[in-house]
Write a protein that binds this ligand. Structure first.
Ligand code: PAF
Length: 283
């Protein structure tokens, strides 16, 4: 496995591989890899000859300093896990903050046509400017043919599609299905921090999403939302932050259903001090 810390080395490696006519897939991560990330790498290996995996805890996308400090950094374990998928076809890019930002650790301001103000954007100030900044830089460094993002962060996925469209970037964005634990809980590095009683109740989030999907077949978005809020009010451990049924293109909450539009339901909830998000396609 090749592990590289410098962007110049990555660019060199990429142009070499491209000259050989190899397709490059890219899976950006913040490390603390789990089966969800691995499923993205496996998916990427289906379409590309070489996969670049970046492992970088991006400071500019954290609105909370403590969260950034507490974020797990487990590069050695991450590399071991990636080796179980392929030892020869994966390149790990694990840069320092300096390699990416020099001495200007700030994000660029982006206009994502309003996608950035919905849901996560309302609760995490500046988050999507940070994501846009890092993903654009990583795309410029790695210059991949295809890049893979999980649908768990569906809003992020749509914002990255918008980034690619607005800046005319020559990368194909592939959205990948949410990887779930057998209980239904969407995989996240945060799950490991859940105390047992919270771990036990957390699958309630996906169960409620599935029930909401069923109800959305016959009921209005407002009625379904009301029902979901009631279910969470009865759960003593999980605190609902938001539940929204939104159009998948604009991410705006649906007022009146249309047969011709696609919708998803999105949830953010706190289990103790751990924030969990999830979503489900409704039609
Ligand atoms: O989804 C993530 O882990 C991050 O937001 C990403 C895309 C790697 C950018 O830092």
């Amino acid at each position: 496995m090749i592990i590289v810390n410098s962007k110049n080395k990555i660019s060199e490696l990429v142009s070499q591989l491209k000259q050989e006519g190899l397709k490059i897939g890219f899976v950006p991560t913040m490390g603390a890899l789990h089966k969800g990330h691995i499923s993205l790498v496996e998916r990427a290996l289906e379409d590309n000859e070489r996969i670049f995996v970046s492992v970088f805890v991006n400071p500019t996308q954290f609105d909370n300093k403590q969260d950034l400090e507490k974020y797990p950094r487990t590069l050695e374990r991450d590399v071991e896990l990636l080796k179980t998928v392929s030892d020869t076809n994966i390149v790990v890019y694990a840069p320092t903050v300096e390699d990416i930002y020099s001495d200007n650790v700030n994000s660029t301001r982006f206009d994502f046509d309003g996608l950035e103000y919905e849901m996560e954007g309302e609760f995490r100030d500046g988050h999507f400017d940070g994501v846009g900044t890092i993903v654009k830089r990583l795309f410029e460094i790695v210059n991949p043919d295809n890049a893979y993002f999980g649908e768990k962060d569906f809003q992020q996925l749509q914002i990255i599609r918008k980034l690619v469209e607005k800046y005319n970037l020559s990368v194909n964005i592939v959205g990948c299905k949410i990887y779930r634990e057998p209980s239904g809980l969407a995989l996240s590095s945060r799950n490991e921090r859940l105390k047992p009683e919270y771990k036990k109740t957390a699958p309630f989030i996906y169960k409620t999403l599935k029930a909401a999907k069923k109800k959305f077949g016959t009921k209005s978005a407002a009625k379904v939302t009301e029902w979901v809020k009631k279910q969470f009010a009865k759960n003593e451990l999980l605190k609902l932050e938001y539940f929204t049924i939104a159009n998948i293109e604009t991410l705006k909450p649906v007022k009146r259903k249309s047969k011709h539009k696609k919708y998803r339901a999105f949830i953010a909830a706190y289990a103790d001090d751990i924030r969990l998000i999830d979503n489900i396609a409704l039609n």
